[in-house]
Design a protein around this ligand. Structure first.
Ligand SMILES: [Zn+2]
Length: 248
């Protein structure tokens, strides 16, 4: 993700500064106040790339960063106006750093590997559904949690996977910095890649604390994203069966 981000945002900023120089002072001021619209299309296409944020880092390599991460949390404490030396906060930087590494442990896990470890040849072609798998993730825009559930359905095409592996794949992708749309896609893509099923449906329903806590959304409201592939996209009957089964 770090490799992807700088060139993209650098280009966008370049375009933005070029644009400003041609505008009147009044327009410049207006643009400076609201630069987001110019950046959005680029950021959006990056967010929705199913491969963004999809890389692996060894466990040891991540924990080598612990000291640097703790230092950063110390800066954050000072940044919000706190005193990192007061008793209650003395161990907070290290504790928070460890917690963050745990919350993002999905970077240590390979979803394709997890799927491959429990593939079976089966002459089973009825719909397989796992519903309400818990999700705890971090929104990559605010580094604030979003949480909820994921339901998965697929129509096997000679291959099936151990049910628990579907939950593991959800866990792997959600324990990374995420946007809900991409998370949903990545789960669907991992299943498609490993099982080559006739159809896949993934529905994710989450509450975003960055919205709720800032009052953008009412507490209790949730965001639903879905990806339907193959039979689930093309055949209304299969899609309806899936939607009915996850409802009850
Ligand atoms: Zn957010």
């Amino acid at each position: 993700m770090e490799e992807l981000n700088p060139p993209q945002s650098a280009t966008a900023e370049h375009e933005l500064s070029n644009g400003i120089s041609k505008l009147t002072l009044k327009e410049q001021k207006k643009l400076k106040r609201t630069p987001e619209p110019k950046l959005k299309p680029l950021q959006r296409s990056l967010e929705l790339d199913p491969d963004a944020g999809n890389f692996l880092l060894p466990h040891d390599e991540r924990y080598d960063n612990l000291d640097r991460l703790s230092e950063s949390y110390r800066d954050i404490l000072e940044g919000v106006g706190e005193n990192p030396e007061r008793e209650g906060l003395l161990d907070t930087p290290k504790r928070a750093a460890r917690a963050l590494l745990y919350f993002t442990k999905g970077y240590e896990e390979d979803a394709s590997e997890i799927m491959r470890s429990a593939l079976f040849d089966e002459n089973h072609d009825d719909m397989v559904i796992v519903k309400d798998i818990n999700i705890f993730s971090l929104c990559e825009h605010h580094l604030v949690p979003f949480y909820g559930t994921c339901s998965i359905g697929y129509l096997p095409n000679k291959k099936v996977v151990g049910i628990s592996k579907l939950a593991r794949v959800v866990e792997t992708f959600s324990r990374r910095l995420q946007v809900q749309e991409r998370l949903t896609k990545q789960i669907a893509h991992a299943i498609t890649e490993a099982l080559e099923p006739s159809g896949v449906g993934v529905i994710v329903k989450c509450t975003h604390m960055c919205m709720v806590m800032r009052g953008v959304e009412k507490p209790g409201s949730s965001t639903i994203t879905s990806v339907m592939l193959g039979e689930f996209r093309n055949n209304p009957k299969s899609r309806e069966e899936f939607l009915n089964l996850i409802k009850n």
